[in-house]
Design a protein around this ligand. Structure first.
Ligand code: NAP
Length: 311
């Protein structure tokens, strides 16, 4: 497998004086990226919902932990207020936290709806991050050459090898699965496509403000992303046969997006991935994201819907 790697020059860059905030940075791919960035001298803030786990992992790499639960709008508001009062610059915001396939809404603690009634994957992966980005807008726009990295997935296209041939779409008539029969992976794909469409529109909206916005797919990383999936919902053996990347390899696209001066505003950056379209499977830094539901009309509609949900 030809895994895409971040360049050695970028991994040796001195990041002293840079402030980087990563959501979900104390586990999985996020932690692998955070560890590397902290080793290069950046001031790293790992934001997540478990104080005990977060403080211990932050301590391990010389980072700082701050509490943030992306399912809870009050927590996002409190986090942002505290962050803005303590920091005067934010060079990189990496929206990395996420959940996948937690089960039908309200069947267990991982699948519980937000207090607004939002489906958990849409709430945590997309809407929580969108609220965070908008609340951090002043500091992102006042920091010279800042960037927002919104971690999406090849699932924003489709899940062709997971027994789920369905094309991802954002159904704005029932985004929170209140009337449709629930499907875990369709809901995951919907949240990841919503993130991607939002990222592209954010790039457009903020392009005059000097903030660049990019969206990566990290590849199949050997993380605990499916830890709350109900037994039988995910065919883990079939997924393993596709080849899983180490967390360090899966962090390479995150790192490129966080570090490269060459990144292009409003572009998709991808590790090799299981896209429906074979020409996309080799990934690229950046690569064109081609998918039937990735349209400019959908982009505008998802942006407008998102802003109305989080306002
Ligand atoms: N692994 C893959 O193959 C793959 C492929 C494509 C895209 N991605 C994306 O990559 C990102 C990282 O995933 P991963 O594979 O590294 O998964 P992971 O190991 O499960 O890490 C996810 C992180 O998100 C945090 N998180 C979950 N719910 C949260 C909430 N309500 N508030 C704040 N933080 C929360 C988790 O914290 P807790 O430990 O407290 O739950 C954890 O730190 C995700 O956006 C995922 O969708 C992953």
């Amino acid at each position: 497998m030809n895994i895409i790697q971040c360049s050695q020059a970028l991994l040796a860059k001195d990041l002293t004086g840079k402030t980087i905030l990563i959501t979900g940075g104390y586990a999985g791919i996020g932690f692998a990226a955070a560890k590397q960035l902290a080793s290069q001298g950046a001031h790293l803030i790992l934001a997540g919902r478990s104080r005990m786990k977060g403080a211990s992992m932050a301590n391990e790499i010389g980072a700082r932990f701050m509490e943030l639960d992306l399912l809870d709008s009050d927590s996002i508001n409190q986090f942002s207020k505290a962050f803005l009062s303590e920091y005067s610059a934010l060079d990189v915001l990496i929206c990395n936290a996420g959940i996948s396939a937690p089960g039908a809404p309200d069947t267990n603690s991982a699948s519980r709806r937000s207090k607004e009634g939002w489906e958990a994957q849409m709430a945590i992966n997309h809407l929580g991050h969108a609220r965070l980005i908008q609340l951090l807008k002043p500091i992102l726009q006042s920091t010279v050459n800042s960037r927002v990295v919104i971690v999406s997935s090849c699932a924003a296209d489709s899940m062709p090898y997971a027994g789920q041939p369905n094309q991802a779409d954002v159904d704005l008539t029932d985004p929170h699965w209140k009337r449709r029969a629930y499907n875990d992976m369709d809901a995951y794909g919907q949240s990841k496509l919503a993130q991607l469409l939002y990222a592209f529109e954010l790039a457009e909206q903020w392009k005059e403000e000097g903030v660049r916005v990019v969206a990566p797919h990290p590849g199949w990383g050997d993380s605990e992303l499916f830890r709350s999936a109900p037994e039988g919902a995910i065919d883990r053996d079939a997924w393993r046969q596709l080849g899983m990347l180490s967390l360090e390899d899966a962090a390479q696209v995150h790192l490129h997006c966080a570090l490269s001066e060459e990144i292009e505003n409003g572009k998709f950056y991808s590790q090799i991935g299981v896209y429906g379209n074979p020409s996309m499977q080799g990934g690229g830094l950046p690569m064109e994201f081609v998918s039937p539901n990735f349209t400019s009309e959908k982009q505008k509609a998802v942006w407008a819907w998102t802003q109305s949900e989080i306002e």
